[in-house]
Design a protein. Structure first.
Length: 428
RNA sequence: GGGGGGAUUCCCGAGCGGUCAAAGGGAUCAGACUGUAAAUCUGCUGGCUCUGCCUUCGAAGGUUCGAAUCCUUCUCCCCCCA
């Protein structure tokens, strides 16, 4: 047999990081993982043109398994994405068109790949469940797959209860059938690749157990499931959201600078926990940082370290350096010391910019053009409340027009709204 | 197929012929404080050529001096019965 370097007690180590919500037959799973290189999978449905922070935990967990010598499969849900997972969703979602979904599938595949290694004995696999569902006809589906599911049991699942019980929402047959598809994925991956473990968020428990049952019935194989806690914030608000919506992994949708800033804003109560979730740092190291922060009595280092590690992990070293450059220019240094080159670099690094002609000096218009305000009314409100800052100086004059005195090096103006929303105006 | 209920501003949710850009709550945003925290307090939250005007209460028509509120048709959703 090949010599696989299985990390001992992978499960225990995941548990110590708080990355496990539940597993099926923990003892047997533990034994299996210790015995050999196991093939495992996690599904990613194309519900948008990019993955977001919520997807990062299972994605990194696939990597953790791979690092421990196991073989990960990232399954992109070209078929399941056309149906929509109803698990714990309050309402029926509207369907997207097949070609939109197909384009999302491509993007998501591209986002997943950089996280995994496609070399060596446990090289990762990326597959798409459209490959087996695309050709499946209705009668075969109902006879071969549907026959193994009990509606009585499906209705009892907690993940659909709120849709069954509430009297103002319902659930369509389409979404109700979703777990059959995901269940069949597991059986199919088991047949194709010998896949024996499925991981996912804790909301996936019902779908995962459906797959385990189906695999046993179709393939007579015992397979396992492992779910991970959904990331929560200590203040109860939803994790991974900013004013402009979700934090995406696609740098075009959420710039590395914004991404870095997002982590920097993590609350003290969450930061060390998130380090365990979103970095590969050793537990000892994280605990040491926490202890040092607690002892220091000043501003903690945890947020900075988390932001650095997470940004580098997702966007790479260069993007991290750029994000830090922007952050430093905007928040720490005296902005008066910025050189002309610095301004150019800020634009290159991804600080939001807007190009205006010299006649358009109106501050209100510039705030709107720079997307620091969504309307002129809102821009007025910001100026009145003292939230508008031009080159570091607060401006409260509603009709303020920027002139040559506001143009650094004749062509740059740094606009700020509130504490941390910046835009670089380039004058033409 | 039959019967009943519903669709309100970002979300929940009041309003049920004028005093409604529409209560209340949530969330966001902003200000103070601060560590680009947390907690707390304060304020804003349809748009504009802004003492006024325009658009909005599922869609389209209608009644009326006047409609989110009444009528008609339509679309979508939910529940119950068959």
């Amino acid at each position: 047999m090949e010599s696989v370097m299985n990390e001992p007690q992978l499960i225990q180590s995941l548990q110590a990081r708080g990355l496990i919500a539940q597993t099926t037959d923990a003892a047997a799973l533990d034994a299996l993982l210790a015995e050999k290189s196991v093939t495992l999978y996690c599904g990613f449905d194309p519900t948008a043109d990019s993955l977001h922070l919520g997807h990062l935990v299972p994605l990194l967990t696939l990597k953790r398994f791979q690092l421990a010598g196991h073989r990960p499969i990232a399954l992109v849900g070209g078929a399941t994405g056309m149906i929509g997972d109803p698990s714990f969703k309050a309402a029926e979602r509207k369907l997207n068109t097949p070609d939109v979904i197909a384009s999302w599938v491509d993007k998501i595949r591209g986002q997943v790949e950089p996280f995994l290694s496609f070399e060596g004995e446990n090289a990762a696999i990326v597959d798409n469940n459209y490959n087996w569902f695309g050709q499946l006809n209705v009668l075969d589906f109902l006879r071969d797959i549907g026959k193994h599911f009990s509606v009585n049991a499906m209705i009892k699942k907690e993940s659909v209860q709120q849709r069954i019980n509430r009297d103002d929402v319902g659930i369509s047959f389409t979404e109700f059938s979703y777990s059959l598809l995901q269940g069949y994925d597991f059986a199919e991956l088991n047949k194709r690749y010998g896949c024996q473990l499925q991981i996912g968020g804790s909301d996936q428990w019902g779908n995962i157990t459906a797959g385990i049952d189906l695999t046993r019935r179709l393939n007579q194989q015992q397979v396992f499931g492992l779910t991970q806690p959904l990331v929560t914030k200590s203040d109860g608000t939803k994790f991974g959201k900013t004013e402009s919506g979700a934090v995406w992994l696609d740098p075009k949708k959420t710039s590395p600078y914004k991404f870095y800033q997002f982590w920097l804003g993590t609350s003290d109560a969450d930061v060390y926990r998130f380090m365990k979730f979103f970095t590969f740092m050793a537990l000892d190291e994280i605990n040491a940082i926490e202890a040092a922060d607690q002892a220091s009595g000043t501003k903690p280092e945890g947020q900075r370290i988390l932001a650095e590690r997470a940004t580098e992990l997702v966007h790479g070293h260069d993007a991290l350096v750029a994000a830090q450059r922007i952050s430093q220019s905007l928040f720490s240094e005296d902005q008066g010391s910025l050189t002309e080159d610095d301004f150019e670099q800020l634009a290159l690094d991804g600080l939001p910019t807007v190009t205006l002609s010299r006649e358009q000096g109106s501050l209100i218009d510039a705030l709107v053009a720079g997307e620091l305000a969504t309307s002129k009314s809102q821009a007025r409100g910001f100026i009145e409340s003292g939230a508008a800052v031009v080159n570091g100086a607060k401006v409260t004059e509603l009709t303020y027009a920027m002139g040559d005195a506001d143009r650094r090096f004749g062509r740059y103006t740094l606009l700020r709204r509130g504490k941390k929303n910046h835009c670089l105006v380039i004058w033409q």
